[in-house]
Design a binder for this molecule. Structure first.
Ligand code: NAP
Ligand code: ZN
Length: 358
């Protein structure tokens, strides 16, 4: 077994604190990674606090992992020791259903295995995430990392990046299209960067007036305060596509009202309460309300390679792991520009397992 140390929570109302556990020895197709950086996704907060139900404790969160390979299984071909490797939201799937065969493992009929808070398909253990010094994963669910990118900024690509890249590609976003992004958080700021990079005219919707200058810097052509009904009205029936990346319950109607005929609004944000939808906004325009979850393994690699070619990374604030509880509180107050990333060297340096402030 591989000994691991990280931060875990023991219940929905407990802070994260230092935690020791073990991981499996690499199976033939596994690699073991020393974690260098792990992004802090709002999903981690939903899961730690059991906002979606089904949380298992102790829980080590974290599914935006970038690290260095420290061991490879006997049949592993994709990586060698010393390579960079990245792991996202899922680490296994049935591999047989139509979605898995098409490389859309996130839509596996049996449900994919999540990087943490899930049951390993082979040995029944509970998966533990990237807020830790190492990870063991089947190489099929690990990705190579472009050498030219800042690694702290790469980590969030593994969830926030692919979750926004995938729907923007699926709905063929490109020049000549007007695209709205709702919410400028971890996912939202990546959606903005990608939609801009794909050549669309991008309108960023935000509830935070102070984010306007950043939105323009990140590639928005226009920024609209979504709480300003007058400003919203000026955009009625003008959008080809809207992507909603908001973490809290909110009304979708102000946005579906902005869709053109036959246009789509896709949800990637997953608040803990379902929305009530004004159906008129859809049927009178044959508009679609859809959703999307992360991306498959081939597309995740394609996204990382695209980021390497176009020099795209997340805007991050690096934190030591000892500050994770503070980071969660700041995330709730929308006080992050635009992704917290845990620098895992903090686990070594400060002797986090003996740390005092968990
Ligand atoms: P985040 O960094 O906290 O960003 C969420 C943003 O939503 C905030 O920055 C804020 O943007 C906006 N917002 C927050 N509360 C709001 C409210 N009450 N009304 C309107 N807007 C509000 O979160 P994230 O990490 O990007 O995650 C966003 C959501 O996506 C979470 O629910 C997460 O679980 C989910 N998620 C889904 C997938 C998937 O595969 N579908 C993958 C990862 C995460 P402004 O300040 O600009 O208004
Ligand atoms: Zn995530």
């Amino acid at each position: 077994m591989l000994s691991s140390k990280g931060y875990a929570t023991h219940g929905a109302h407990s802070p994260l604190a230092p935690f020791s556990f073990s991981r499996r020895e690499p199976r033939p197709y596994d690699i073991a990674i020393q974690t260098l950086f792990c992004g802090v996704c709002h999903t981690d907060l939903h899961q730690v606090r059991n906002e979606w139900g089904g949380s298992r404790y102790p829980m080590v969160p974290g599914h935006e992992i970038v690290g260095r390979v420290i061991a490879v299984g006997t049949s592993s071909k994709k990586f060698k020791t010393g390579d960079l490797a990245a792991v996202g939201v899922i680490v296994d799937s049935c591999r047989r259903c139509p979605s898995c065969r098409e490389g859309q493992e996130q839509y596996c009929d049996e449900g994919p295995t999540d990087t943490y808070n899930a049951v390993d398909r082979l040995d029944g253990t509970i998966t533990m995430g990237g807020y830790s010094n190492n990870y063991v994963v089947d190489e099929r669910f690990a990705h190579t990392v472009p050498a030219n990118l800042d690694l702290a900024g790469v980590a969030p690509l593994l969830c926030a990046g692919i979750t926004t890249y995938s729907p923007l590609r699926h709905w063929k976003i490109g020049p000549g299209m007007k695209v709205g992004i709702v919410g400028l958080g971890g996912l939202g700021h990546m959606a903005l960067k990608f939609a801009h990079s794909f050549g669309a005219h991008v309108v960023q919707f935000t509830t935070s007036p102070a984010k306007k200058a950043d939105a323009l810097r990140l590639g928005a052509n226009e920024v609209v305060l979504s709480t300003d009904a007058g400003a919203m009205k000026a955009y009625a029936k003008s959008f080809d596509f809207i992507l909603d990346a908001v973490s809290s319950p909110h009304s979708l109607d102000p946005f579906t009202g902005l869709l053109k005929r036959d246009a789509t609004m896709a949800l990637v944000g997953l608040p803990d309460k379902p929305p009530v939808v004004m159906v008129n906004n859809l049927i009178f325009k044959r508009a679609a309300l859809s959703g999307s979850i992360i991306g498959g393994m081939p597309e995740t690699q394609q996204m990382l390679d695209y980021c390497g070619q176009h020099n795209i990374t997340a805007d991050v604030e690096a934190i030591p792991i000892q500050k994770i509880n503070e980071a969660f509180e700041r995330l709730l107050k929308q006080d992050v520009k635009y992704r917290f990333v845990i620098d895992m060297s903090s686990l070594q340096e400060g002797g986090a397992l003996a740390g005092s402030d968990g």
